[in-house]
Ligand binder design. Structure first.
Ligand code: NAD
Length: 429
């Protein structure tokens, strides 16, 4: 069994805290009867459907096709027809004979994901903006598909509880969920964290997470776009779609802190954040910096910093402090009683996650990364809400929060732009 299969399941207490136990029982009863196709022989073709045909979606399709010979990209979905058409051209060129998406298997619109799931695929790649992940993942697992699921998996606690439930459903149906938290598949990072967990720097006494980067893309505004279209095209800048950058991007760092702590969840957090440079209304309402301190029940703290600003100090790494030394995770360095640096091979971690997914499907030892991807998503949401509200937030408060950022309807037209969150003026719902 790989370490991914042994990732901790939520304890009964944790699982029931999500108030989902009873729901899981109900929805599973309805869906467990579905027969799942068996691919153990390795000679039959695995058909793959892509949902969300942007930068990462195109990349994930290539990674999936690199996993083995007997895979084909057979269906694609994007909410926008132009994005779909562009991706089709790119992937046809890149994938050559492994690209078999004809016009009848290329879908657009808000319900395009369902059409891909119902098109006879075996595996679905979920690479749309994070808001849609809980519903799309649920639909894929209910339909008996194996899933590659990009990070983060939700933008609010309602979404996280849904994904926890779907994760359990996938376990019971023996379906794969491989997470796009790609560092968990990187050889150098895996070996560095293993050495720390084997005691190379003694007990962990503290962690510092830096994700300090520059600015990102913006896709402009066309006069014919409705506000919904504007927000969907510029999804990064709207918390209901992206979760804000602490959730969308800094989750990679928070996931490594969670992993270092044995996938045990923090007890509470508080933080500071705001919107200092990226203040133009075109940037929606997200912040441009966050600093969050997470505390675990054993007193260990993670001090996490993330910023998206041009012209500032940049650094992306994880600093681990121990009773007998220190380590830098992305630099793959451990400085304890002996100094060590990873010097092994470094194949693409993006390819590795797909190789693991397809090997699991072929062998029947299906990978399910669902629990940690939910926990790191909730860690990020909890940090965001601590900064937005200015309050100290416990894990239980975060998990039980009723926050649901979904719009009233998924249709082109008008939609409100939320106010920029002002700390000290509200509480987590
Ligand atoms: N693991 C990584 O290192 C990594 C790197 C980049 C992005 N990502 C993640 O991948 C996801 C996509 O990011 P991206 O950079 O490709 O963004 P992108 O904007 O380039 O692509 C997203 C695509 O999804 C489409 N889309 C939006 N709503 C949809 C819906 N309801 N159904 C179908 N398609 C829909 C958009 O039109 C767009 O084409 C995000 O969750 C992001 O966090 C992960």
């Amino acid at each position: 069994m790989s370490e991914h299969e042994t990732s901790p399941r939520p304890s009964r207490r944790q699982f029931l805290q999500t108030s989902t136990g009873a729901l899981v029982g109900g929805s599973l009863a309805a869906s467990l009867g579905m027969a799942r196709s068996v691919h153990a022989a390795g000679s039959d073709i695995l058909k793959v459907g892509l949902i969300g045909c942007g930068g990462r979606g195109n990349g994930a399709a290539v990674n999936a096709m690199n996993a083995e010979d007997n895979v084909r990209l057979t269906a694609m979905a994007d909410v926008f027809p132009d994005r779909l058409a562009d991706a089709r051209k790119v992937l046809q060129g890149q994938l050559q004979g492994k690209y078999t998406v004809d016009d009848d298997h290329a879908f657009h619109g808000f319900d395009a994901y369902k059409k891909v799931i119902d098109s006879g695929v075996d595996v679905v790649l979920l690479c749309e903006p994070p808001h849609f992940r809980p519903a799309h993942l649920r639909a894929a697992i209910e339909a008996g598909k194996h899933v590659f699921c990009e990070k983060p998996v939700a933008v609010d606690a309602t979404g996280v509880r849904s994904v926890l439930e779907t994760t359990e459903m996938a376990r019971q149906k023996d379906l794969s969920i491989v997470s796009g938290l790609c560092w968990r598949y990187d050889y150098g990072v895996k070996e560095t964290i293993k050495r720390i967990q084997d005691g190379a720097i003694g007990d962990i006494t503290g962690i510092q997470e830096n994700y300090l980067t520059g600015t990102l893309w913006h896709r402009g505004r066309q006069p014919e776009w409705s506000e919904m279209e504007y927000q969907m095209r510029n999804w990064y800048y709207f918390t209901w779609l992206s979760g804000d950058h602490i959730v969308e991007q800094h989750i990679h760092s928070l996931d490594k802190a969670l992993w270092l702590m044995g996938d045990k969840t923090p007890a509470s957090c508080f933080g500071l954040g705001g919107r200092q440079v990226r203040t133009d209304p075109k940037f929606g309402h997200i912040y441009d910096h966050f600093a969050v301190c997470y505390e675990w029940p054993n007193g260990v703290r993670t001090f996490s910093y993330t910023r998206q600003m041009a012209g500032c100090y940049g650094d992306v790494d994880d600093y681990v402090f121990g009773s007998k030394g220190q380590a830098k995770i992305l630099k793959n360095e451990v400085n304890g009683a002996e100094k060590w640096r990873f010097t092994g091979e470094k194949p693409s971690m993006y390819d590795l996650e797909h190789k693991a997914l397809f090997a699991g499907i072929r062998s029947g030892k299906h990978i399910n990364n669902g629990t940690y991807m939910c926990y790191s998503t909730l860690m990020a949401i909890m940090g965001r809400e601590a900064c937005y509200t200015g309050q100290n937030i416990t894990w239980e408060q975060a998990l039980e929060s009723k926050q649901d950022l979904s719009p009233k309807a998924y249709e082109w037209g008008n939609i409100e732009t939320p106010q920029v969150a002002m700390p000290g003026t509200g509480k987590l719902a």
